[in-house]
Write a new protein. Structure first.
Length: 363
């Protein structure tokens, strides 16, 4: 993979271009850092200083790269690796904006309506404050600005242009100046020399809303029009970072056979593949998306979690010695129940499994 400084720099530039095409704000310096970690270095400076590059096979390189990237950067990288064609360009939007940025855009719009300083009843100036945020989210194209970029680290939306130009229609309005100041104080707006940022309502809430929205669309299509379920199912799986998402979605719809799609066997096979990939957060999100889309399979899938984690993630992906694993399981007979209990809480699940792996190695 990366064997020279020139290779590393070129790859980071490719990543930067890839993320721009998805409407993501992930600058080149961040791509350089992720590339260095994928190549086996602590950071970019360590890579720059070396004259010897460790040999890393392609699979390991991309495993490390996915681990180094924010959650929302995974879909475009996975699509690129799978050789998916670039969607038709819509004027004013990056090519994959409607795949990779819009779920977070819509979630941000919906959740900001509940933000205390913006919601009805939040006191004098509420309508103006809400109007300022709506102006950013809804009027950028009408006013000739480029589509806002989604920052996958902060979950802010970044609007390109200086504040005077972006808010030109409010020029001279004293109430606007006062209420924009209030939004700045609250941290909802951030003015920078060449950009205006709209802060995320709350990162985990936006992420959960985006996933739920995509899963809801897939669920509705499966229930009412299963022959056309492939695309919404792909979009739901892609958003949560499932590798080979289109291939998996196409296999699950199985010529439009709803009986096959509803069956738990194919879903268990998919979960095995994801666990073997080593992406714990992707695994647990996929588990919950499948459980939501196909509630009849939810309990059986949750019951299968301990076996999937033990056989695919612990043994195959993390290559934990079997003797240590068995010693630890004998000392912790409730481990399987603990995994099932945390499976509906992604953050708790990943912490639990990672701690389990470390304890098994030490046993």
């Amino acid at each position: 993979m990366i064997q020279t400084h020139k290779n590393a720099n070129a790859f980071a530039k490719k990543l930067s271009s890839l993320f721009k095409d998805s409407g993501l704000y992930f600058p080149l310096n961040s791509c350089l850092e992720a590339t260095a970690k994928a190549a086996g270095f602590a950071n970019w400076q360590a890579l720059v200083r070396t004259s010897t590059f460790p040999k890393v096979d392609e699979a390991k390189f991309y495993d490390r790269l996915l681990e180094a990237l924010p959650f929302a950067c995974r879909p475009p990288l996975n699509a690129w690796r799978a050789g998916e064609p670039t969607p038709d360009i819509v004027e004013g939007y990056p090519p994959r904006w409607y795949f990779d940025a819009i779920p977070y855009f819509l979630a941000t719009m919906a959740l900001h309506r509940r933000t205390p300083v913006l919601s009805p009843g939040s006191g004098s100036g509420q309508k103006m404050r809400a109007r300022i945020v709506d102006h950013l989210m809804m009027n950028w194209q009408r006013n000739g600005f480029a589509a806002p970029l989604f920052d996958p680290v902060t979950f802010d939306f970044v609007f390109d242009g200086n504040a005077d130009a972006i808010f030109a229609e409010f020029a001279g309005d004293q109430m606007f100046e006062r209420e924009r100041g209030r939004l700045l104080e609250e941290g909802i707006l951030k003015l920078q020399p060449k950009t205006v940022r709209l802060a995320s309502p709350e990162i985990e809430s936006v992420k959960a809303h985006a996933i739920w929205s995509r899963a809801s669309k897939a669920k509705d299509t499966i229930e009412h029009d299963p022959t056309h379920a492939g695309e919404p199912l792909y979009e739901a799986l892609s958003l949560i970072g499932v590798r080979r998402a289109r291939e998996i979605a196409d296999a699950l719809v199985a010529y439009g056979d709803k009986t096959y799609l509803m069956a738990s066997g194919p879903l268990r096979d998919v979960l095995s593949r994801i666990a073997n990939d080593g992406d714990l957060d992707v695994f647990v999100h996929a588990l919950n998306v499948f459980g939501y889309i196909l509630p009849g399979s939810a309990r059986e899938l949750r019951d299968a979690v301990p076996a999937k984690i033990l056989n695919e993630f612990v043994a195959r992906n993390r290559q934990v010695p079997i003797t240590g694993a068995f010693r630890w399981m004998q000392a912790n007979p409730d481990w399987a129940d603990t995994l099932r209990a945390t499976a509906t809480r992604p953050a708790a699940f990943t912490v639990t499994v990672n701690a389990m792996v470390e304890a098994m190695r030490a046993a």
